[in-house]
Each structure stands twice: as C-alpha cells, then as structure tokens.
Design a protein around this ligand. Structure first.
Ligand SMILES: Cc1cc2nc3c(=O)[nH]c(=O)nc-3n(C[C@H](O)[C@H](O)[C@H](O)COP(=O)(O)OP(=O)(O)OC[C@H]3O[C@@H](n4cnc5c(N)ncnc54)[C@H](O)[C@@H]3O)c2cc1C
Length: 401
C-alpha cells in the first residue's frame, strides 16, 4: 500500500491547477448539473469540454483507440478530484456520455456503435452529448417496473411511453434509453432492453421541469410512435437489465472523487470565512463548537477520500468493485448534507441569499450545496437503495425483493 501519488500524477495535478487558475479566474463555482440550466453556463461548459479533450483529460483513462489518453485510473482520479475542486465545468460533459455511456458501449456495443458514438464523446463535441432515460412516473427505485414500450416492426422499434427526471434531455443529441421489449415475462427484470435514441427523431416531446432553485436540470420525455432502427439496440434484446446494472456502477464509481474535490474546496472556503469573521472580538474559528464542527467535516472528507481511493485501487488492479460504489454514494450524500448544514450555521443568514447575489459568501457555495444536496442524494439511486445494495452485497442480508 502506498499513500503517495507518483510524480507523474502530481505533475498532472499541477497542470490542471495551472489550467484552472487561468481559465476559471473570476468565475462562479458552479457545481454539477447546474451547468445544464442557463445558456451562458452551458456554452462555457462546452468550450471547456473541448479544451479538456484537447489536453487528453476529458476521457483520460479511456483507451487511445477510443479517443482517450490510456492513462491510469489514478491519473483519472487526480483529474476528477482536481477538476471538481476548481469547479471546471464540462468535466462530465454529455453528462452520461463520459460517465457511463462510452464505457458501456466499449463493453456491450457493436463495432459500428463504438465507432459512431464514442469519438464525439471523447472529443467534447455537441454530437457527443447524451442524456439517460431510465426513470418513469411509476419506476424510480423500482426501476425494473419500466413500462415504456419498444415494439418490433421490421427493422425498427416503435416507441411509446413516458420518461421523467431526464437530466440534460434539453441539451442532448442522444439518449441512453431503457425500454420494455417484452411485456409477457414473469420476472420484471427480464424483457428490458437498452437502446440508443436519436433525440432529433420525430414523435419526441421534451417538457422542462424546474427545480425549486429555478434551475432547469431535468425534463419529462414523451414518445409517440417514435421509430428507432433495430441497429440501435445495445447488446442483447431483453437482457438490458444486466447491462444497465453495469452502467449504473460506472455512474457511481466517479461520485466519491468528484464530490470530494468540490467538498474540499467548500470546506476550505468555510474555514477561511471562520478565520476572518469575528464573534465577540475573536475569530469564529476560535470558538470550540465551530472548531469541532469543522474538524468533524474534515474527518468525514478524509474518510470519503479513502473510500474513493479504494475503488480506484481496485479498478487499477482489474478487480470489480461490487458494493463499494453504493457505499460511496450513500456516504457522499451524508457528507454533503452535513457540510451544507455546518456551512449554513457558520455563515448564518448569508446562507439564505441567492447564490449569485452580491451578498453571497463563500462563492455562494453553501446555498448552492444546500439547494442541491437533496436532489443529488436522490439521483443515481436514493440513499435507501444504496444501503440495500450494501446490505445485500457486503453483509449478505436478504434481498428486499
Ligand atoms: C437531480 C436529479 C437528477 C436525475 N436525473 C435522472 C436522469 O438523468 N435519468 C433518470 O432516468 N432519472 C433521473 N433522476 C431520477 C432518479 O433516478 C429517481 O428520482 C430515483 O431513482 C428515485 O425514484 P423516485 O423519485 O421515483 O422515488 P421512489 O422510488 O418513489 O422512492 C420514494 C422513497 O421511497 C424509498 N424507497 C423506494 N424503494 C425502496 C426500497 N426498496 N427500500 C427502501 N426504500 C425505498 C426511496 O428511497 C425514497 O425515499 C434524477 C433525479 C434527481 C433528483
């Protein structure tokens, strides 16, 4: 075991810091999905995505044949941590494209699909922007209950149904879509397939859903006799469930290093604030209660960092993390909530102003975190679902279904 990064990895960290210092100067710390909302943020994210791709960072650990840099998982870890710390947008560009579509296509896609869809993702191009449509009004945690139908008609599937909470659908060129191709099965996990949907297809309606902060992340998607070529089926018809489980694992692998980077930055900012803000003639940071709360948050972040390293180490050894990604997601949700609460307690009423207001403290990051953490805790599977996975795969407890 070695708790030190190599010189190559440290050099990469320095390069990213230098890049971020130049490119991000004077910009708001916008985190996560928020960049999909306002046009100007999205345009900036697209520009950054291109620049990241030109440096070989965007899909760092992908093989060179797929537009990656063939870098190690640890280099990728350093990149995710550092890019999140600096709030570089466009790092998850295409939202799902970089996070799980590309890797899943490498595993299950046909040669034709890999050649067509992977290069634009790695190049950070608009043609490489994806959304992911799993959830439906009656299928969230109970994902296997999806009802959107794809019925075979010659060389096409005819698609009818509805998806909901589809992040980035209003920006995406393609959709990574879970559908039911066989409704006669006795076990609902069977009869599900994964298909690639061209978002320009006739018959698709996208309706925005604004969250309570007025941010447009997700959408409703309606399908009215949408025709999808059978060539867009990924992997084996009716076996999509197993591919989707792998895709979800890819999605959750990156959660810890990404959130750790963001949280590290926020905690540092809150500590600076506590040092320079006086209470009864002394800096807030001298107050034992404040000190203890900050120390607790620092301990949690250290734990999260180690959880993240463990997954990266396993991946680097060719081992498959089973429950660890779910554990990290659940722990991230916990850490986010505690950091948002401590931050609000320390900056006080300033936590209530708009995150872009001139009154905002610590770059508006506490307000932003407070607004976003409940949603992030739901996305990619709720806390309860992550704990079900840990219970089943780590502890051997009975399945919940
Ligand atoms: C910010 C955000 C972005 C999202 N982006 C996308 C996207 O891009 N694509 C997409 O397809 N979906 C997306 N979603 C939807 C998300 O995946 C679902 O909201 C999530 O899976 C939960 O489903 P649900 O909302 O239907 O809640 P439900 O499944 O109805 O759950 C309600 C409550 O019951 C609990 N519960 C349910 N089942 C169990 C169980 N077996 N054991 C214990 N507790 C249980 C849940 O934990 C939750 O607390 C997004 C959601 C958010 C908030």
């Amino acid at each position: 075991m070695d708790f030190k990064f190599s010189e190559k990895e440290e050099q990469l960290r320095r390069e990213i810091r230098e890049f971020a210092g130049r490119e991000m100067a004077g910009r708001d710390l916008i985190t996560g999905l928020e960049e999909e909302s306002r046009d100007e943020d999205w345009e900036f994210a697209m520009q950054m995505s291109k620049k990241l791709s030109q440096r070989g960072w965007l899909t760092m650990a992908w093989p060179k044949e797929y537009g990656g840099r063939g870098a190690s998982f640890f280099e990728q870890h350093v990149y995710m941590d550092e890019a999140s710390y600096w709030g570089i947008p466009g790092t998850t560009m295409g939202v799902s494209g970089i996070g799980w579509v590309g890797q899943s296509l490498m595993l299950f896609g046909s040669d034709e699909q890999r050649n067509k869809y992977i290069p634009p993702i790695a190049a950070g191009e608009p043609d490489g922007i994806w959304c992911t449509a799993y959830s439906e009004p009656n299928a969230g945690s109970d994902f296997a209950n999806i009802q959107t139908r794809a019925v075979r008609d010659g060389d096409y599937y005819i698609l009818n149904g509805q998806k909901i909470w589809t992040s980035c659908a209003h920006r995406a060129r393609w959709c990574w879509l879970a559908v039911r191709t066989d409704a006669s099965v006795s076990k609902k996990q069977h009869g599900i397939s994964l298909i690639i949907l061209d978002m320009k297809s006739p018959g698709i309606t996208i309706k925005p859903i604004y969250n309570y902060a007025g941010i447009h992340i997700f959408n409703e998607l309606f399908f009215d006799n949408v025709r999808v070529p059978v060539a867009n089926l990924v992997g084996t018809e009716n076996r999509g469930w197993y591919q989707l489980m792998q895709s979800l694992a890819f999605e959750r692998h990156s959660v810890a290093p990404q959130f750790y980077g963001t949280a590290r930055r926020i905690l540092e900012s809150v500590i600076k604030y506590a040092r320079r803000t006086n209470l009864h003639g002394k800096p807030l940071a001298c107050d034992p209660l404040v000190k203890h709360k900050l120390a607790e948050r620092a301990i949690e972040l250290e734990t999260l960092k180690l959880f993240g390293y463990e997954i990266t180490w396993k991946l680097s050894k060719g081992l498959i993390p089973i429950y660890e990604a779910a554990r990290n997601k659940a722990y991230c949700d916990f850490v986010m909530q505690r950091l948002a609460t401590t931050g609000s307690e320390i900056i006080g009423a300033y936590s209530q102003v708009d995150m872009r207001s001139k009154w905002a403290k610590v770059e508006g990051s506490i307000t932003r975190l407070y607004m976003m953490f409940p949603g992030i805790a739901i996305a990619a599977g709720t806390d309860e679902i992550q704990k079900n996975i840990v219970g089943q795969f780590k502890m051997g407890l009975p399945r919940p279904y």
